[in-house]
Design a protein. Structure first.
Length: 75
């Protein structure tokens, strides 16, 4: 059995590490952009959900008023 060429294996590992490091560095701006976009989307979602919640409260209050008025009118 032929012994593996250690020097060649080390070079391959170093090349893989270098490539991996480069890919990580190149992906950082994309990740930062995605994080910013996610924050904006979450903020918009929160605002829309708050608006919906307020609409539900208003509808419920109006229904309560209508029920009270109906009871008064039918007594």
């Amino acid at each position: 059995m032929k012994a593996p060429n250690i020097k060649k294996l080390i070079q391959q590992v170093q090349a893989s590490i270098t490539k991996s490091d480069k890919m990580i560095k190149e992906s950082k701006p994309l990740i930062e952009k995605m994080n910013k976009e996610t924050a904006v989307a979450e903020k918009e979602h929160t605002q829309k959900q708050q608006s919906i919640d307020q609409d539900i409260i208003k509808i419920t209050q109006d229904m309560d008023k209508a029920t009270v008025q109906y009871v008064k009118d039918t007594e």
